[in-house]
Ligand binder design. Structure first.
Ligand code: FE2
Length: 160
């Protein structure tokens, strides 16, 4: 393996890691009214893990895990509560697929997926996310009747 090549772990590996870290969590999540709470709990050579906490109504915009150079594949597992994911179904006429994830369930996305996560329940939710490679940047998207358009890039260390 070349040292200049970043490894993107396969979906089943990411899902297994998310489950493992969720089981072995020592960090307690915090909930803040200012927005979803996020902490990196592990940083490795080919992946990193984040703990997120969501009050009812909190969520993300539509985003990818893209960097300009190293987009990340990801898996998340719901540690407590439930979360709703909206995933863009690409194509000439892109659509949004909505799916709910209950405690213990896992969602995986590849390094091209555009999605949003929201806590649409009336209880707090906690989730554990694994990104491979580590998350450098996310691109936020606007999605309306004219289609899907990138609106902003958010970078690790600056925007989260
Ligand atoms: Fe995401």
């Amino acid at each position: 393996m070349s040292h200049s090549t970043l490894t993107v772990l396969a979906a089943d590996r990411l899902a297994a890691l998310a489950g493992f870290y969720a089981e072995h969590l020592t960090l307690r999540p915090r909930f803040t009214g200012a927005g979803r709470w996020a902490r990196r709990v592990l940083s490795g050579p080919d992946h990193e893990a984040w703990l997120l906490a969501w009050l009812p109504g909190q969520g993300t915009e539509l985003h990818d895990h893209g960097g300009t150079r190293t987009p990340a594949a990801a898996a998340l597992t719901v540690v407590s509560g439930s979360l709703t994911e909206y995933q863009v179904v690409p194509g000439d006429f892109p659509g949004l697929r909505r799916k709910e994830f209950e405690t213990g369930e896992v969602s995986t996305v590849d390094d091209r997926t555009v999605h949003a996560m929201r806590n649409e329940s009336d209880r707090p939710a906690v989730s554990l996310h694994v990104y491979s490679p580590g998350l450098e940047a996310m691109r936020a998207y606007q999605f309306d009747e004219t289609g899907l358009a990138p609106v902003r890039i958010m970078r690790a260390g600056e925007d989260w």
